[in-house]
Design a protein around this ligand. Structure first.
Ligand code: ADP
Ligand code: MG
Length: 666
């Protein structure tokens, strides 16, 4: 009864080379190199080109006739000839505005086209201006075509990896690039998490692992806990401006010094050597690229050999420069040393000692260098794991995740937990930040907090959402501002605003606010404008440690001032309200205390303000007791009970408000 079914393909579709359960792919969209992988027969594999090479260099050339070339040919043949029309390391520009990207651009031969000021546009051949999303989309299209060829049809979707440190703007830009390439982006996955997925599933590993990812342009370190098939990122750290590219630059500068002696008449080389590799014009840019490429090739060769040489073209004719591994290691050592502080920070954030780790996973081509492996071993006190190719491990993990998300069978119930890289909060009175979601909280997550009005008869709330570790809002990154209006006028502290933050699995934030008595609501999708560089994220983190003491002082001062103003206003209002209950002594004592408070309020001694507040409290004690008694007697006589209760409530609410201000100084 077995009946042979012959498969007939759709016209135009290639015959599948693989029979995968899902047509979902994992993509490592790297700064330097990109890869695509699928799960075939339960095992993830990277898809190779016709030469068997799985790596697509992330280099895109735009020709004057409109043709676009991606990969090794663009990098090796076209980039040296057309440096301005051949975009490499575009990932460094993802989610960046022209202003932020300018510093990065200066290290490259590229030119920015004038734009609307929010997105970077590269001016390339044919009078075109392409955004970083479009450039990335060209790389994705090549990977997509490769996968479609192997799978014999359109893809179900893709998981694209991003550095753990990518902020919302950079993640958004990556997702947009995927859309531009015609891909359904199933998930943006952190690269170190993807690496752990690859290792965890292959080895059934359990325990706490560190992922050390040194690629071409970014350095990421993550501490991950693997348990019962759950991958939890305990902390992340890194530096998005640190990688093999920086090694290449350091080596190229060394080569320039050597070249200057060998080719003294070469003007671009002399200019570069003198101006610390500053690129000024096209011939100089070409020369610089040639030297950079030689530096990269020699660096990679020195992983396997003790010395290397390169033949370079100069105005003095061809020159051969040699480089030993020792020379190279001396040149890159200072760059490599910059990996240590983020590692220590990530360990501290995760609350683990290096000795407690179950293993260290190496990711990224630069971790092939013997010097890097020695460095990692010394840093963590153990030899790193090296079973999976560090070039492929991220794409392999992404493929496993894509397969699981698209409904494949591989550990379908696999759960991935990631974290918020920087705290999310709201600005409160006096510019102080109330953090709702703390750094390294597992996503998806949410938090709700109730806020109250500061002023009497306040009819609106101005909400300012910020991200960062500092205590004051103007030192954090501003994410969004919005207003909740139409609240009926009430005494200060009576309106209750419930604010809810929700962060989804991709790390995108949503904020909702609701005033409890009126039920008024508002919500915003928080989409950060292109703007913050990862160095800024890093710097904000480092700053928060350096300024922790200063911030606490500033915060206490702000809070004391707010309390001083409230108490002074309340005292004045009470005196105006019931002057008949005020003795001459009371008035003199309260006036003196108010004057004292006014005198210290402007100063920066929060203790003095606190003492003055206590002084005013003391001076108005008898008066306050009398007011209480009168209100109470009225209540006992059955007159105006509601009013008394309302007043008592108001006092209690005021106290709560003041108490809340103290509690926040955690
Ligand atoms: P990315 O994730 O940024 O795309 P990769 O993980 O592909 O980067 O790493 C690229 C970097 O690794 C480049 O700087 C490249 O020169 C370097 N690299 C690749 N192979 C080697 C090697 N054998 N020795 C030293 N460095 C290498
Ligand atoms: Mg990488």
């Amino acid at each position: 009864m077995a009946e042979a079914l012959l498969q007939i393909g759709e016209p135009g579709q290639t015959r599948p080379k693989r029979a995968c359960r899902t047509r979902a792919v994992g993509i490592d969209l790297g700064t330097t190199n990109s890869l695509v992988a699928v799960v075939d027969g339960g095992k993830p594999v990277c898809l190779a080109d016709e030469h068997g090479d799985p790596i697509v260099p992330s280099v895109v050339h735009y020709a004057a006739d409109g043709a676009v070339a991606v990969g090794a040919d663009a990098r090796d043949r076209l980039a040296p000839q057309f440096p301005r029309d051949t975009v490499a390391s575009v990932k460094r520009f993802m989610g960046r505005g022209p202003k932020d990207a300018e510093a990065t651009r200066r290290l490259t031969p590229y030119q920015f086209a004038p734009g609307d000021g929010t997105v970077v546009r590269f001016a390339v051949a044919g009078g075109r201006a392409v955004t970083s999303m479009e450039v990335s989309a060209e790389i994705l299209k090549v990977l997509k075509a490769r996968a479609e060829g192997e799978l014999g049809g359109p893809l179900a979707g893709a998981v694209i990896t991003v550095p753990a440190y990518f902020d919302d703007g950079q993640r958004q830009a990556t997702r947009d690039a995927g859309r531009l390439a015609g891909l359904e982006v199933l998930r943006l996955l952190n690269e170190p998490t993807a690496a752990a997925v690859a290792y965890g599933l292959d080895k059934q590993a359990e325990g706490t692992f560190a992922v050390f990812d040194l690629g071409g342009g970014t350095f990421d370190v993550s501490i991950l806990k693997l348990e019962d098939g759950v991958f939890e990122v305990k902390s992340t750290g890194g530096d998005s401006a640190l990688g093999g590219d920086d090694f290449d630059r350091a080596i190229a500068e060394l080569l320039l010094r050597k070249l200057r002696e060998a080719a003294p008449h070469d003007r671009p080389i002399a200019a570069l050597a003198a101006a610390n590799a500053a690129v000024t014009d096209l011939p100089t840019a070409r020369r610089w690229r040639q030297v950079l490429d030689a530096a990269r090739a020699m660096k990679e060769a020195l992983t396997f050999r003790a010395d290397a040489a390169a033949d370079l073209v100069t105005d003095d004719g061809p020159v051969t420069v040699g480089l030993t591994r020792t020379e190279m290691e001396l040149a890159v050592q200072p760059v490599l040393a910059r990996c240590a502080p983020p590692v220590r920070q990530a360990l501290a954030d995760a609350g683990v000692d290096a000795e407690a780790l179950s293993g260290v996973i190496l990711v990224g081509g630069a971790t092939r260098m013997p010097l890097v492996q020695q460095f990692v071993e010394k840093l963590f006190g153990r030899a790193p794991l090296g079973d999976i190719d560090p070039d492929q491990v991220v794409a392999l993990g992404a493929a496993l995740q894509a397969d699981a998300l698209a409904g494949g069978s591989t550990e379908g119930d696999m759960l991935l937990l990631d974290v918020v890289p920087l705290s999310l909060g709201l600005e409160t009175m006096g510019g102080v930040v109330e953090k709702l979601v703390h750094r390294n909280t597992t996503v998806p997550c949410g938090a709700t907090q109730t806020f109250t009005t500061f002023a009497d008869k306040q009819t609106g709330f101005d909400l300012h959402v910020v991200q960062g570790e500092r205590e004051l809002a103007d030192q954090c990154r501003s994410l969004a501002r919005f207003t909740l209006k139409g609240i009926p006028p009430m005494p200060a502290g009576m309106a209750r605003l419930e604010v809810t933050f929700t962060v989804d699995a991709n790390g995108l934030l949503r904020v909702a606010a609701r005033e409890e008595t009126t039920g008024r609501e508002t919500a915003v999708e928080v989409k950060p404008s292109y703007g913050l560089t990862d160095q800024e994220v890093e710097r904000m983190l480092l700053d928060s440690f350096a300024h922790a003491e200063e911030d606490v002082q500033a915060r206490q001062l702000t809070e004391q001032r707010i309390e001083a103003d409230r108490i002074a206003a309340a005292a004045r209002a009470a005196m105006a309200d019931t002057p008949e209950l005020l003795t001459g002594d009371d008035r003199r004592a309260i006036d003196a205390a108010l004057a004292q408070l006014g005198a210290v309020r402007a100063g920066d001694d929060h203790q003095a303000i606190r003492r003055a507040v206590e002084g005013l409290d003391e001076a108005s004690k008898a008066f306050a007791a009398r007011r209480m008694n009168v209100a109470f007697e009225r209540g006992l006589r059955g007159r105006d009970v509601g009013a008394v209760e309302a007043k008592a409530d108001e006092t209690a609410a005021g106290k709560r408000h003041a108490g809340h201000q103290h509690e926040r100084g955690h």
